[in-house]
Write a protein that binds this ligand. Structure first.
Ligand SMILES: Nc1ncnc2c1ncn2[C@@H]1O[C@H](COP(=O)(O)OP(=O)(O)OP(=O)(O)O)[C@@H](O)[C@H]1O
Ligand SMILES: [Mg+2]
Length: 268
């Protein structure tokens, strides 16, 4: 952690993300129940849990797609609890969706150029506009290379495999130069080979970006994450590094129980 302050409060101010006792219910169902966690600079945190554990709800509370009933969310020390998603995005948060957000008729390059973060306001001269376009094109090329889509730059969304769609979504999230990326089940629906490629991609990302990864697949989560939190029935039941989580009897019981019951499939 790169905070320069000495006191606990000063350090906490610089955390990319701090979630403090957030809760959310739907009717009588407590989907997320007083969950707290923090994310350090450059850290990779996985949120694990069986179907219906509250992972996506927690994710949506963090990114602002859902309002919390109680508790607080801080981005780089700023209380963003009442702010909607687009305000959190402006502050440097990026998210991907469990369902694809790629357009069939646009190419990989066009997606990445559109995702480029241009200047926020002001009238621009023709030269400035050209310079921005050229910078966006360069960045699009670099991002496509970085996520392994360099050779697919001119290919339309409709032609991409599931794995390539996920790679493109990660690249689109990176295009806005966020300090934190939230990924909701990026490996869902991928073949084993595609999973491996995506895992390698996530491992290759620079640590200037902190990652929160919601994952159903333990292998992906434990490979990518530095730290893992496990939810069950909306509550945080375990927290630790991948080795600790893998050895945790409670976590094993939750996952083994699931294996003996319904097959694991992503529902949301
Ligand atoms: N909009 C909603 N309205 C009513 N109930 C909801 C809503 N969203 C989620 N729930 C319920 O809240 C609980 C937690 O759901 P959530 O989608 O957060 O779980 P999850 O851990 O992401 O599950 P999965 O692994 O299936 O994606 C579930 O019982 C779900 O049915
Ligand atoms: Mg979910």
């Amino acid at each position: 952690m790169k905070a320069t302050g000495t006191g606990q409060q000063t350090k906490a101010t610089f955390l990319p993300l701090r979630v403090d006792k957030v809760s959310r219910s739907f009717g009588g169902l407590q989907a997320v129940d007083q969950v707290s966690f923090t994310l350090s600079v450059g850290e990779r945190l996985a949120i694990l849990g069986p179907n219906g554990a509250g992972k996506s709800t927690l994710f949506n509370l963090v990114c602002g797609d859902l309002a919390a009933d109680s508790g607080r969310v801080y981005l780089r020390g700023e209380d963003v609890t009442g702010l909607p998603l687009h305000h959190r995005v402006r502050r440097g948060l990026a998210r991907t969706y469990q369902t694809s957000s790629v357009f069939a008729g646009l190419t990989v390059g066009e997606h990445l150029m559109l995702a480029h973060r241009g200047p926020e306001k002001g009238r621009l001269s023709l030269w400035t506009r050209r310079a921005i376009q050229s910078e966006a094109a360069d960045q699009a090329r670099n991002l496509a290379e970085q996520v392994g889509l360099g050779s697919r730059f001119g290919v339309q969304g409709s032609e991409l495999s599931h794995g390539e769609l996920r790679q493109l979504e990660v690249a689109m999230a990176l295009a806005a130069e966020p300090f934190i990326i939230l990924l909701d089940e990026p490996a869902a629906g991928l073949s084993p080979a595609e999973r491996e490629r995506l895992t390698a991609l996530l491992l290759s990302l620079q640590t200037s970006v902190a990652i929160v990864l919601v994952e159903h697949d333990m292998d992906v989560a434990l490979t990518v994450a530095d730290r893992v939190i496990v939810l069950e029935s909306g509550r945080l039941i375990a927290e630790g590094n991948p080795e600790e989580i893998e050895a945790d009897p409670l976590v094993r019981a939750v996952y083994l129980g699931e294996q003996h019951g319904q097959p694991q499939e992503s529902a949301s």
